[in-house]
Design a protein around this ligand. Structure first.
Ligand code: MSP
Length: 533
């Protein structure tokens, strides 16, 4: 069954920022992991292009909304290419097929008796594209997230009868694993316990949206339209705009990965809309935390927003991916700290992992004819490093299954630390000088090289470039199943199709004695940032 995972569909009111890159990176790691272990994957990202916020931004820039959306969504597209994000789809909600799917979906919901007319009165935040009901916000009409004035609205709209789904949503959200991490579940439970109220799904006097069939002057509320983007995205490039076809391509989603601020839409509104249309809700909604920068909220007004393009130029893909995935517990808020980024990249990647491989392959080449030394009994699974490797593999897999990228990174790193410790203890550089020590030294080097090979495989979903360089240094074939064909440099290489699956390659003893080792090259340059990012 296809493993469908999604990032949020990003608003195109502004250029991409680190917050959007963060979710996409995490999803990329998850998508690569699932592909590596042999699952067909549908990795969806995209842009949310309708609504008042976008309309106003385009007006302010003197552009038509469509021209504005084209320009900003191209920036997202380019960013994902530069980060080598392995997405299978990049949906834009201005795609003509999307409009058709929204109409089909609406027809189902309407046929189910879940659309009624009503009057919508309340305080609205255009930046959130959401009515606010928090009493504090309503007393002092300002959005607590955006710190901008709320706008009073009083409109005759169409409503979705969410209140009918109270029991169904209550039953859904208590299901083990539906809302993750578990710490976020309470917040949704409290919201649902207050009683679900019908919500308006159309707007009047807002031309930049999808027209509601049969209701002249109404366009769909941007969230109603945007969530359906996850379904449109499932369509193959040549498919007709047909809801049933889309669903057959990979619904229900295994996981929607989102920021905690939009959990309510994904864990309450969206499942209810799907149930109304007779469709299955997603299996899991994962609400990650927010990134701050050096302890401060990131925002335009503070002038401290981190630009993912500039970051990539200064630090490179491996450094940023490693830092963001390894340092920040995915479900929690995290603080981006430049010094910590430098320290972790240099300690973990350049020193612990990079040097382990570099110094061991140098020794092997020097003393064993440029090749992997004979393994003797070391190739058997009872070697202490073999046991450490098995533990690391199990832990990486279990961690990635629960989107715990931090623990996965730490488990892979731990194997490198253990191998370094073993090497220091065995001190092959002094033993090699002793008569008759060559066999033992060779076996030790074999065990360490084999550990380095396994580290390379284990970090592949997290830092694929570094993993690839390590495998190359060990004379190993590249991993081909972590990325879709379009991103594979050696996709036409017939050897690629003979690639042994990742899970099989993860077994101890895979390195062949006698395998020639290339000239050692540092796999990870030290990161030096002399000026603030
Ligand atoms: N368009 C809606 C999503 C519709 S999904 C059908 C939207 N877009 S957004 O561009 O405003 O936000 C996209 C994501 O970025 C959200 O998941 C949000 O939580 C996340 N982040 C925004 N700022 C962030 C940080 N500072 N840190 C981490 N993630 C952040 O909402």
């Amino acid at each position: 069954m296809t493993f469908t995972l999604t990032t949020p569909l990003y608003y195109v009111n502004d250029r991409p920022h680190l917050g959007s890159a963060y979710t996409t990176l995490a999803c990329d790691a998850l998508a690569r992991f699932e592909r590596l272990r042999g699952n067909p994957v549908m990795f969806i990202t995209g842009c949310d292009e309708h609504g008042q916020k976008i309309q106003r931004t385009a007006e302010a820039a003197g552009l038509s909304p469509q021209a504005h959306c084209d320009a900003v969504s191209a920036q997202f597209q380019e960013l994902w290419q530069r980060w080598q994000i392995s997405n299978d789809r990049m949906i834009r909600t201005t795609d003509p097929r999307h409009r058709s799917l929204v109409e089909q979906f609406f027809a189902r919901v309407q046929a189910h008796g879940d659309i009624i007319e009503g009057r919508q009165q309340g305080w609205y935040c255009v930046a959130c594209e959401e009515f606010k009901d928090d009493p504090h916000e309503v007393q002092d009409p300002e959005c607590s997230i955006h710190r901008r004035p709320l706008e009073w609205r009083d409109e005759l709209n169409l409503f979705f009868r969410l209140s009918r789904y109270q029991a169904a949503i209550e039953a859904l959200i208590v299901q083990e694993g539906f809302i993750q991490p578990a710490s976020r579940r309470k917040e949704v439970e409290n919201f649902v316990a207050q009683g679900l109220r019908d919500f308006s799904i159309s707007r009047v006097n807002l031309p930049w949206g999808i027209p509601v069939p049969g209701h002249a002057g109404h366009t769909f509320y941007v969230w109603f339209d945007a969530l359906l983007g996850y379904l449109t995205a499932l369509l193959e490039p040549g498919d007709e705009a047909d809801l049933a076809t889309a669903l057959s391509r990979g619904w229900p989603a295994h996981v929607h990965v989102i920021g905690k601020d939009i959990l309510r839409f994904h864990a309450v509104y969206w499942p209810a809309m799907l149930l109304s249309a007779g469709l299955e809700p997603p299996k899991r909604v994962y609400g990650h935390g927010f990134l701050t920068r050096e302890g401060q909220k990131m925002g335009k007004s503070l002038g401290n927003v981190l630009d993912p393009v500039a970051l990539l130029d200064r630090c490179g893909r491996d450094a940023l991916r490693w830092y963001l995935l390894r340092d920040i517990a995915f479900g929690d808020d995290g603080d981006f700290q430049q010094q910590r980024l430098v320290d972790l990249v240099n300690n973990d990647l350049a020193n612990t992992i990079g040097n382990l491989l570099n110094r061991t392959s140098s020794m092997a080449r020097r003393w064993f004819d440029g090749a992997v030394p004979p393994a003797g009994a070391t190739r058997a699974g009872d070697h202490p490093l073999a046991q450490a490797a098995t533990g690391a593999r199990d832990s990486v897999i279990a961690s990635l299954e629960r989107l715990d990228f931090q623990s996965a990174a730490q488990a892979a790193l731990q194997l490198a630390i253990t191998a370094n410790g073993f090497l220091n203890e065995r001190a092959p550089w002094s033993r090699i000088k002793q008569e008759g020590a060559s066999t033992g030294v060779g076996e030790d080097l074999y065990a360490v090289l084999e550990s380095a090979r396994l580290v390379a495989l284990l970090i592949a979903p997290l830092v694929p470039d570094l993993s690839g360089r390590m495998l190359e240094q060990l004379g190993q074939s590249p991993l081909t199943s972590g990325v879709p064909k379009g991103l594979l440099s050696g996709a036409d290489d017939p050897a690629a199709s003979l690639d042994v699956p990742w899970l099989e390659r993860l077994c101890w003893g895979g390195l062949d004695p006698g395998q020639l080792l290339p000239e050692p090259q540092p796999v990870m340059a030290r990161l030096e940032l002399d000026a603030p990012l």
